[in-house]
Design a binder for this molecule. Structure first.
Ligand SMILES: Cc1cc2nc3c(=O)[nH]c(=O)nc-3n(C[C@H](O)[C@H](O)[C@H](O)COP(=O)(O)OP(=O)(O)OC[C@H]3O[C@@H](n4cnc5c(N)ncnc54)[C@H](O)[C@@H]3O)c2cc1C
Length: 423
């Protein structure tokens, strides 16, 4: 939806760096930003296999969520009160980085909107989840507003939702514009190379040599921020679950076809349900539907899988917005996430001088940003509160062997989706 962008040239030849960051998503670019904040003299090289904003980081639903939001848990929380408060503090560190960038860039609400989000219900079960979420928020003393069917209809312009809860701390971004802006925010000593996959890295005396198709980076330290693809270096084998989620977005439509507010964002009452956004645009508004999770150990999804998810999206869209019947989806896509069995990041100094900020566990706009910041601080020897939190996570639990893993993961996702029902 954005105008084309000319990518930075790929790396050719050998360059030296103090730190090489592998991966230009939320984790990698946030790590690079934190590195240059902490020491502007550092020479940082970022290697991005593809182009900035063309992967999951640029193509998500755009929620930077402040509150606990475990996609794999029954009720988002998944932990006790003090852990939840901990999580909230971590999430707000990530949001602060994003907010500072937005201030620097002078972004408007079309790119960075601290408008909060709704959790919406579509029936009795969803209403119960909304009510129980309110109780969790009471325990962690976070503000919220409960909305009945009439009140949420006034926001969304549809009478489909039966109740909702509004929480004010989530920031809604245009993810591709956000991440392009972050990539373009670096000073001269931070160099980004696009279309430059890191193929391998090996010790070379006291430093590391990261090889790319047409060059290499000789570097003292590495931050690995390439999410599930870390496995292509032989790392975290049997510890990362490659889960894809899917989204569709309508063509722009005349704003008056749908009442309510022109811009709002809603996650489902059930974590495994359907996310919906209305995106206001100069040429009309669009609805985004994000739904479905599949387990794809080969880290690829087929066109058929996207088409199948698309049919689910069409049904969800029609059920929620009967007044928009006939407006086709203009875009459909899928994106990868790396989850761990015990929901922890794959974080830390995995070899001397090599720091991992892997396994977003779904909510990567927030969590991968935070883990990138923590990896940068750890790489510079800082023992900040955030580093201590990340170091305190257990190691990712070993997954069961195949074929039990595929059978179990597929059954688990299907069961959770089934229990989310219409939500
Ligand atoms: C449809 C969809 C909707 C979503 N909605 C939300 C949402 O609203 N809020 C939220 O918090 N999360 C959301 N997510 C999840 C979120 O997008 C991910 O959690 C997040 O992108 C993870 O960030 P990351 O930086 O860890 O990894 P990625 O975004 O996967 O970035 C890793 C980068 O590393 C690069 N790379 C890989 N291998 C190499 C290599 N060898 N060398 C160099 N570079 C390499 C990749 O090209 C990629 O750019 C959504 C995901 C999808 C697919």
């Amino acid at each position: 939806m954005l105008p084309p962008r000319t990518p930075r040239p790929p790396l050719s030849g050998t360059v030296n760096a103090d730190i090489a960051v592998i991966g230009g998503g939320f984790a990698g670019l946030s790590a690079a930003r934190r590195l240059s904040q902490l020491d502007a003299s550092l020479k940082v090289v970022i290697l991005e296999a593809g182009e900035i904003a063309e992967g999951a980081t640029g193509r998500n639903s755009g929620f930077i969520i402040d509150l606990p939001h475990e996609v794999s848990s029954e009720d988002y929380g998944g932990s006790d009160t003090s852990e939840r408060q901990h999580d909230i503090k971590v999430h707000r560190i990530a949001i602060a980085l994003a907010q500072a960038l937005a201030n620097e860039k002078g972004w408007g609400k079309d790119i960075f909107d601290p408008c909060g989000k709704y959790n919406v219900a579509l029936g009795l079960q969803g209403d119960k989840h909304v009510a129980s979420y309110a109780k969790q928020l009471d325990k962690v003393k976070e503000p919220y507003k409960l909305l009945d069917a009439r009140e949420i209809a006034a926001v969304t312009g549809t009478e489909s939702f039966t109740s909702a809860i509004f929480t004010p701390g989530t920031v809604i971004i245009q993810p591709a514009a956000y991440i392009r802006g972050l990539a373009d925010s670096f000073h001269d000593r931070v160099k980004l190379y696009e279309n430059t996959p890191a193929l391998s890295f090996e010790r070379q005396g006291a430093s590391w040599l990261v090889k790319t198709p047409k060059g290499a980076v000789s570097t003292a330290k590495i931050i690995l921020a390439n999410n599930g693809q870390a496995q292509s270096f032989g790392l975290f084998q049997g510890q990362l679950l490659h889960v894809y989620t899917y989204a569709s977005m309508t063509e722009a439509f005349e704003p008056q076809r749908l009442g309510g507010q022109r811009s709002w964002a809603a996650t489902p009452a059930f974590p495994m349900g359907t996310t919906v956004r209305r995106v206001e645009g100069a040429n009309g508004d669009r609805i985004l539907i994000r739904s479905r999770y599949t387990y794809n150990p080969r880290m690829q999804v087929s066109k058929n899988a996207i088409a199948r998810a698309g049919r689910v999206h069409d049904r969800k869209f029609e059920a929620r917005f009967p007044m928009l019947k006939g407006i086709p989806m203009e875009y459909r896509w899928a994106g990868a996430m790396a989850l761990t069995w015990n929901g922890v990041p794959a974080f830390g100094e995995i070899e001397p001088g090599v720091f991992a900020a892997i396994a977003c566990n779904g909510v990567g706009a927030t969590k991968a940003t935070a883990s990138g910041i923590a990896a940068a601080e750890a790489a510079l020897g800082q023992d900040s509160w955030l580093v201590q939190v990340f170091r305190g996570f257990a190691a990712p639990k070993r997954l069961p062997p195949q074929p039990f893993l595929t059978i179990g993961a597929t059954a688990n996702l299907s069961m959770k989706e089934w229990s989310a029902g219409a939500e």
